[in-house]
Design a protein around this ligand. Structure first.
Ligand code: FAD
Length: 349
């Protein structure tokens, strides 16, 4: 047990810390909000939506009740709108790294960016685990990682006045080309194929930057990074027109896709079964009292990895969480249709 730390300020004390801003973590904010509970939401990604936003933003989902068809991105946007009345606080670009039990029975959660949170309840909605970047298989790249080679943008200012080379041709690569272009000294993008997999609108914006002379586009394969002491100086690439050639740069942003790993949650002392967390089906509580798990990461007999199952789990988890967050109060179950207070808050009246 540890004493509450000074680093936890009032702003980071909440009723429930939700790990994961996928569809299930987002809907959990709503269900907790209906019971008057506040939430902070942590995600390693730089945006909400989890698998829906990251893996299939434009694919139609056909099995959300009453929605004939909704894309992963639309579902995410509308969940964000639905939870907005409950004022969730989001902490993106943060990996939930460790959890300790405090003397007061609450949990102290730390992220890899050094943020500290305190809450009586933790809700793990971490899906298939945290998204981690796939690394290109190039010799010696470890020497540059996190000094001049990055797989995500955590602070835009790091790229200010730099000669940035972006590798990749998907949405993340193009989103960052567009967002960072105004603050860099020079920029180029390298992609293996002439067709970019990003949204059409982003491809058009990228082509505009190219024709305005603000971006060089290389259709080529990266062979190696050159430099010393963690400082990249150039990248050697190859294509059929030019053969092997070097492009000078001082900072590289590489987007080679994402893979999902359970990550630090495996070390929190919670029972695991095949990398998933067993829960009861009454409250979706784990082997650790006060820590709940919902969505793709939880396991119980008959579990289906579906968004709609996660929504159901969110409702029952919230009722379980209430008793830890408000131990002196009686939970009053109300339908949204019959509570004028809820209708006023959620905007349905
Ligand atoms: P996720 O969506 O995986 O979100 C979890 C989030 O937690 C992620 O953003 C991750 O970065 C974050 N996270 C994890 N660990 C940490 C950590 N330690 N710190 C910080 N953040 C962390 N389901 C349907 O119901 N219908 C469909 O048609 C359908 N189609 C699909 C198509 C594809 C191609 C795929 C891959 C899945 C599909 N699914 C579908 C499944 C559905 O996407 C998942 O069931 C759903 O996304 C689970 O939601 P979740 O919130 O539990 O997890």
């Amino acid at each position: 047990m540890v004493e509450a730390l000074d680093q936890v300020n009032e702003a980071n004390k909440t009723d429930v810390i939700i790990i994961g801003a996928g569809p299930v973590g987002l809907f959990a904010v709503f269900e907790l909000g209906l019971l008057g509970l506040n939430a902070h939401v942590i995600d390693i990604l730089d945006r909400p939506g989890g698998q829906c936003a990251e893996l299939y933003p434009e694919k139609p989902i056909l099995d959300i009740p009453s929605r004939l068809k909704v894309s992963g991105q639309e579902l995410t946007e509308q969940l964000m709108e639905q939870i907005q009345p409950f004022d969730p606080v989001f902490h993106f670009n943060q990996m939930a790294e460790s959890v300790e039990r405090l003397d007061n029975g609450h949990f102290l959660l730390r992220t890899d960016e050094g943020k500290v949170f305190e809450a009586p309840v933790i809700c793990i909605a971490a899906g298939g685990g945290s998204f981690v970047p796939k690394k290109p298989k190039l010799e010696g790249i470890d020497d540059f990682e996190n000094s001049t080679l990055f797989y995500a943008v955590r602070k835009m200012d790091l790229f200010r006045d730099k000669n940035v080379l972006v590798a990749g041709g998907g949405d993340s690569a193009l989103d960052w080309v567009i967002a960072l272009n105004p603050i860099v000294k020079s920029m180029c993008i390298v992609h293996r194929r002439p067709d970019f997999r990003a949204m059409q609108d982003s491809v058009e914006k990228m082509r505009e930057l190219e024709s305005d002379g603000k971006l060089d586009v290389h259709i080529a394969q990266i062979l190696k990074f050159n430099g010393s002491d963690g400082q990249v100086a150039s990248v050697t690439m190859k294509n059929s027109d030019r053969g092997e050639y070097d492009v000078e740069c001082d900072t590289v942003l590489a987007f080679y896709g994402l893979t999902m790993k359970l990550g630090p949650i495996a070390n929190w002392g919670i029972n695991l079964e095949h990398n998933r967390i067993p829960v009861d089906t009454e409250k979706f509580e784990t082997s650790e009292p006060g820590i709940f798990c919902i969505g793709d990461m939880c396991y119980y007999p008959g579990k289906l990895k579906l968004i709609l199952s996660g929504f159901h789990e969110s409702a029952l988890m919230s009722h379980g969480a209430f008793h830890y967050a408000r131990p002196d109060q009686k939970l009053k179950f109300q339908h949204t249709t019959s509570s004028s207070a809820l209708q006023e808050k959620v905007g349905g009246s």
